[in-house]
Each structure stands twice: as structure tokens, then as C-alpha cells.
Design a protein around this ligand. Structure first.
Ligand code: COA
Length: 220
């Protein structure tokens, strides 16, 4: 392997598990048996990956995050520091529900902010953005910005993490940083957002991967 995975000497990697090339696992982290972690991921300090968890490529997991069994994380997801995932809706110490872990799917490119809590059994759509401290209790649409307790949709966030506002007559909004265009459409009262300029399942082209604009620079 040209770029083998790295794990800090203070971390525990239980075997068998799979860790892709270029992935880095930092201090005091623990990967449990059966976990599959893709290429070029970063697991910060004090991260736990439960048995049989599946994690894609390019995933960044900040300090103090436990990814419990039942969770699937697609490529390029960002899990902010101390965010909380769960796998039992109704835990009781005296009742064993190890065969009943609920599934949570975090789709490609999603961001979970610091200290947010994701109640299990839901799907977070591609490129959604969960604000710091939110408590998410139901499925999240693609590109949706969710904040608060309970989490409610407050708008749309581009793939580069900027709020999308002021749709034109065709429902098109432009990301102020990347210039990529997104189209809002309504189908039976359900709103969906699509990127007009890029394949949502592909990686960003290299020239669009470098952040150039501070978050608040577009404010009036
Ligand atoms: C979602 C986020 C980007 C919004 O930031 P913002 O656009 O600057 O938000 P604004 O300051 O314009 O706030 C708009 C409104 O939302 C509220 N709001 C902002 N962030 C909020 C949050 N995390 N939870 C609840 N409400 C929030 C504000 O209080 C404000 O409400 P008001 O209109 O009643 O005054 C930011 O709050 C956030 O959570 N970023 C993630 C940071 C993070 O976790 N990073 C991890 C890597 S270190």
C-alpha cells in the first residue's frame, strides 16, 4: 500500500477491521471489530468507531465522537467536535436491545456541527448542514440547514457551506463562494434542492476544494 493508514500509538485498533490508505487515527481513539473505514479519513482524539460501522472515504471526525453500531457514513462527511450519534431510541439499562440497534444513514457530504445530537433511525440527506447544538429527530432533506432544539429547517446551505438565499424567478440560487448554482423545486408541497453545475455524487473538482471566503464576508 503506497500510503498506509496511520494510527497513533495511544489508539486501539481491534482486529479484524478495515482501514483505507491515507487514513489517520489520532490519540486515544478506538476502532472496534468489523468496522470498515475508507481512504483518507481523519479521526481526531478520543473517537470511538463501533462494531461493524461503515465509513466512506474522506470523512473527518473531530474530537470526542462515538459512532455507534448501526451507523453508516458516506464519503466526505464532517462530524463536528463532541457531536452525539445514538442507536437506541428507548434505552433501558435492564432491557438488552443489542439485536435491535436502529440504523442511521449520514449521506455524502453532510456536516454535523459541534455538540449536535442525532436521534437514531433517520437519514441525513446529502450535503445537509446540522448547526451546532441542534437535536435532529427526523429525516433531513439534501442541502437543508437544520438548527435548534428540536431541529427545524432554517434554509439551504451550499456544498461549500454558505446559506443560499434570494432565488430568481426559476428558483435558482448561487453560492457566493463557488459560483455553483442550485435550483429549488416544489413537488406536492415538498421542496428539493439540486446542484445545476456538478454531479452531486462526484468529488469536488480540485480547484473548488480550497476555501477562499470567510463565512461572514457576504453579510449585508
Ligand atoms: C449554522 C451556523 C453556520 C449559522 O450561523 P449564522 O449564519 O452566522 O447564523 P446567524 O448569526 O445569521 O443567525 C441567524 C439566526 O439563527 C440563530 N442561530 C445561529 N446559529 C444557531 C445555532 N447553532 N443553533 C440555533 N440557532 C442558531 C441565530 O440566533 C439567529 O437567530 P435570530 O434571527 O432569532 O437572531 C452556525 O450557527 C453553526 O452552527 N456553525 C457550525 C459550527 C461548528 O459546529 N463547527 C464545527 C467545526 S469546529
Amino acid at each position: 500500500m503506497p500510503n498506509p493508514p496511520f494510527s497513533h500509538e495511544s489508539s486501539y485498533i481491534d482486529q479484524p477491521c478495515t482501514i483505507g490508505e491515507g487514513t489517520k487515527i489520532w490519540h486515544f481513539s478506538h476502532v472496534q471489530t468489523g468496522a470498515v473505514i475508507g481512504k483518507n479519513c481523519v479521526l481526531g482524539q478520543n473517537v470511538n468507531i463501533g462494531n461493524d460501522v461503515v465509513i466512506g472515504d474522506g470523512v473527518k471526525i473531530q474530537n470526542n465522537v462515538s459512532v455507534y453500531t448501526g451507523t453508516t457514513i458516506e464519503d466526505d462527511v464532517f462530524l463536528g467536535p463532541s457531536c452525539v450519534l445514538t442507536n437506541v431510541s428507548n434505552p433501558r439499562s435492564q432491557v438488552n436491545r443489542k439485536s435491535l440497534y436502529e440504523k442511521t444513514l449520514i449521506r455524502r457530504g453532510a456536516t454535523i456541527g459541534a455538540n449536535a445530537t442525532i436521534v437514531c433511525g433517520i437519514t441525513l440527506g446529502r450535503y445537509c448542514f446540522i448547526a451546532a447544538g441542534a437535536v435532529v429527530t427526523k429525516d433531513v432533506p439534501e442541502y437543508a440547514l437544520i438548527a435548534g432544539v428540536p431541529g427545524r429547517q432554517r434554509g439551504w446551505m451550499s456544498r461549500h457551506g454558505h446559506p443560499l438565499n434570494n432565488p430568481d424567478s426559476k428558483g435558482v440560487m448561487t453560492c457566493p463562494e463557488s459560483g455553483l448554482r442550485y435550483q429549488l423545486s416544489k413537488n406536492e408541497a415538498k421542496e428539493t434542492l439540486r446542484c445545476l453545475d456538478l454531479d452531486e455524487d462526484s468529488k469536488l473538482p480540485e480547484e473548488l476544494t480550497q476555501g477562499k471566503q470567510p463565512y461572514r464576508s457576504n453579510r449585508p
